[in-house]
Design a protein around this ligand. Structure first.
Ligand SMILES: Cc1cc2nc3c(=O)[nH]c(=O)nc-3n(C[C@H](O)[C@H](O)[C@H](O)COP(=O)(O)OP(=O)(O)OC[C@H]3O[C@@H](n4cnc5c(N)ncnc54)[C@H](O)[C@@H]3O)c2cc1C
Length: 422
């Protein structure tokens, strides 16, 4: 396969772009594999890649019911950050950010990681105190974080509504400079290409329809492309986790599937250099500007459970109101597209990566709003779990039994209501 470099781009420019190979194969499924991963999102593809690279396991299939990256991988608002405070989360997300920083080189694929700063607006003295506590924890545990005064914020993000009559007056901001955005499709394609090069079979249009068990183990999966058996199985299906769980005869999970929407405006000249986040009470809104110039907005969940991949209108209104109240100069900008993805919200807002009641099944799910930033570390730790049949100490508490132990990993302190963990 062609290695991407400035030289290969130059040479292909001279020869009519005819020298590029297919980036991954389209193999027929074999009857059996050592490891079968269900879900061709970024988590599944990254897991396959790190199983091959870190653990030398290459007899792997990734089964995807549609096309790779067609789920949440290609629907998210691409924010990458590691501003987490709770043990387990902060090490995990910081490891992920470290992997992001070298990912384009590691995959030889430009994932367009842009460390443009993540700016959380603060709207009260109490919010500043809370942010100071959290961001000090980040600094003490090896990450970066800082507080900006109102003057520093005005200098860096001049177009926000700083008026005294603002609906939500701004007092300052908590900032992580190493955070930013990346190109989501490129991440999926980069991991797919790397996994394929290592010998992994990526099988698209292959929906898992049933699970055949042999007592306490999975023997095979019934798919739309035939029966596929394996020695070990991993579920990495994001919003469909509870469906697969039920197919495996395991009952209910502490997860609710909700819809989350994203929005893009018409392209504008450069206006916003950072990711800016606003959250007061139950309201949640964030924006960044894409490389094509469109402003990318995100808001709250649609507030009811669903597996649908399209959103409802009240959230469009809510997000538009937030955008205009935070940045009044956007009043006449047109929204051109919005879409939604099915996200698996857990009871404490943190993910699951663990062994399961079945000996050869491993679970990767419950990513809530935040699984894109987690993708590299998710693949890294999930591969480690599957290869070694034990959780790494970083993810040791991200199991299903943490609720029985009373060990909730609730970053926001929002309580056991999945809707509130935005
Ligand atoms: C609108 C929106 C905005 C978001 N913004 C951010 C953000 O800014 N930052 C951030 O960190 N996170 C964000 N997220 C969350 C993030 O996108 C997800 O947590 C993450 O993508 C989930 O992992 P994945 O990429 O593997 O999931 P997916 O891409 O959804 O992969 C799962 C795959 O499993 C496949 N599948 C399901 N059932 C089956 C089956 N039966 N058989 C075979 N295949 C199956 C699906 O087709 C899908 O392709 C956002 C999510 C949404 C919806």
């Amino acid at each position: 396969m062609t290695r991407f470099s400035a030289w290969s781009v130059f040479c292909n420019g001279l020869t009519g772009q005819k020298g590029w190979d297919r980036q991954w194969r389209d193999p027929e499924p074999k009857s059996g594999y050592e490891v079968v991963i269900v879900g061709g999102g970024i988590h599944g593809l990254a897991t396959a890649c790190y199983l091959a690279r870190n653990h030398g396991i290459t007899n792997i299939a990734v089964l995807e019911k549609g096309w790779i990256g067609g789920g949440n991988a290609g629907r998210n608002t691409t924010i990458v950050r590691s501003n987490y405070f709770r043990p387990g989360n902060r090490e995990f997300y910081e490891h992920s950010l470290n992997l992001w920083e070298n990912l384009s080189h590691e995959l030889n694929y430009n994932v367009m990681f842009s460390q443009r700063s993540h700016v959380s607006l603060l709207h009260s003295p109490a919010a500043i105190d809370r942010a100071a506590r959290g961001y000090n924890i980040m600094r003490l545990t090896g990450s970066d974080g800082e507080l900006w005064s109102l003057d520093a914020l005005k200098k860096n993000v001049p177009h926000l509504n700083y008026g005294e009559d603002a609906r939500f007056p701004i007092f300052g901001a908590a900032v992580q400079r190493r955070a930013g955005t990346a190109r989501h499709d490129a991440v999926a394609w980069g991991y797919a290409r790397a996994a394929d090069q290592a010998g992994v079979d990526i099988i698209q249009n292959c929906e898992v329809l049933g699970v055949t068990r042999d007592g306490g183990e999975i023997r095979s999966l019934e798919t739309s492309r035939g029966t596929i058996s394996g020695r070990k199985f991993g579920f990495a299906v994001a919003g469909n986790t509870s469906r697969l769980w039920q197919m495996a005869g395991l009952g209910a999970l502490p997860i609710e599937t909700h819809k989350l929407q994203a929005f893009v405006t018409e392209p504008l000249k450069p206006l916003l250099d950072q990711v800016v986040v606003f959250g007061v009470g139950g309201t949640h809104f964030y924006m960044s500007q894409s490389d094509k110039g469109g402003l990318v907005f995100g808001g709250d969940l649609d507030w009811y459970k669903s597996y649908a991949q399209r959103g409802s209108l009240p959230i469009v209104q809510d997000v538009a109101e937030c955008a205009v109240s935070m940045m009044p100069c956007l009043g006449r900008i047109r929204l051109v597209r919005h879409w939604s993805g099915a996200v698996d919200m857990s009871m404490d807002g943190s993910f699951f990566m663990c062994k399961t009641p079945l000996d050869n099944l491993y679970l990767n799910g419950g990513w809530n709003y935040g699984g894109f930033k987690a993708s590299p570390a998710s693949g890294w730790y999930f591969a480690d779990l599957i290869a070694n049949n034990r959780p790494h100490e970083t993810i040791a508490n991200h199991d299903l039994k943490r609720f029985e132990r009373g060990y909730h990993i609730d970053e926001r302190g929002a309580g056991p209501d999945p809707k509130l963990h935005g």
